[in-house]
Design a protein around this ligand. Structure first.
Ligand SMILES: Nc1ncnc2c1ncn2[C@@H]1O[C@H](COP(=O)(O)OP(=O)(O)O)[C@@H](O)[C@H]1O
Ligand SMILES: [Mg+2]
Length: 270
């Protein structure tokens, strides 16, 4: 098997905000161990699901992996290279290869920019060699890949789209630079239940067509089963259980995993 990404002993502690009075009372700064010694691997073309309750550290792991924030310790190996301390051009290249899709695409899009411009932005940064026409063609083809009609959608503003359409645009924006890894942080949790399957199905299609790997972050396991290859369960900054998803779901060892599984409606009713 082909290794795409390896996280080794990642740690991120955030200082707890306190008033001067509190600092005097309890003496010294306290920290929240948002990510506390997390390690995992992701094979090419696979989907790693990271599941856990709110506040367990999932988004912080995503931001560490993306190099959006720096780890306090540990390292990130991508395609065989240690990218932990990349900066400048190297970091720029890494950022073209790894993309994030957020829970609420609305907050990650400039509300005053038209869809075409939103997709053009990453292309303009990372592909200065191409002509304007070639870049526009890339944007249009990315929109078609997510089943949006460029003619109809290019000139619209984000607020004119439905939640599902916006998440398709977010996927197109990730896709436009042909990434090797997409980190999707609760990408369907704000969408209507009826269109969640559509978006997850689209992610699956893109994975197969372009060989994209995913880290799929979720707080509930009911969507995880359909997309995941491996499953890591996070609790209080640590991975408490990890393995092939079918195996973990069939034979959970940690009580917290059992608790998450019991919250899946279909399994519970059996
Ligand atoms: N920028 C930050 N500053 C301070 N604390 C943070 C910051 N980001 C996250 N945290 C804290 O780290 C912990 C993990 O948060 P997060 O990674 O967002 O969890 P999740 O995505 O699983 O809900 C939480 O206790 C959260 O309050
Ligand atoms: Mg989160």
């Amino acid at each position: 098997m082909d290794l795409l990404l390896e996280a080794r002993n990642l740690k991120k502690y955030f200082p707890v905000k306190k008033s001067l009075w509190q600092l005097m009372q309890r003496g010294g700064q306290e920290y929240v161990n948002a990510v506390d010694d997390v390690s995992f691997t992701l094979q090419k073309g696979k989907v790693l699901v990271i599941a856990g309750e709110s506040g367990s550290g999932k988004t912080t792991v995503a931001r560490l992996v993306m190099r959006a924030i720096d780890a306090d310790s540990g390292s990130i190996i991508f395609e065989g290279k240690d990218v932990t301390h990349y900066n400048g051009e190297q970091l720029k290249d890494f950022r073209a290869a790894v993309h994030m899709v957020y829970q609420d695409p609305y907050t990650s899009m400039n509300p005053r920019m038209k869809i075409f411009e939103i997709l053009m932005e990453p292309v303009a940064i990372h592909d200065r060699a191409s002509t304007k026409e070639a870049r526009a063609a890339k944007v249009h083809s990315a929109l078609r890949e997510v089943s949006l009609d460029p003619e109809k959608i290019s000139r619209k503003l984000p607020h004119a789209l439905s939640g599902g359409e916006r998440q398709r645009v977010a996927l197109a924006r990730a896709l436009v630079l042909r990434p090797r890894l997409i980190v999707a942080d609760e990408p369907v949790s704000m969408l209507d239940v009826s269109i969640r399957g559509e978006i997850l199905g689209l992610m699956q299609t893109l994975k197969e067509k372009f060989g994209i790997s995913y880290i799929y972050i979720t707080h509930d396991l009911s969507t995880a089963r359909y997309v995941g290859d491996d499953l890591a369960i996070m609790k209080a900054g640590k991975i408490v259980e990890m393995g092939p998803i079918d195996k973990v779901l069939a034979n959970p060892v940690h009580p917290y995993t059992k608790q998450l599984i019991s919250a899946i409606p279909e399994i519970k009713s059996q």
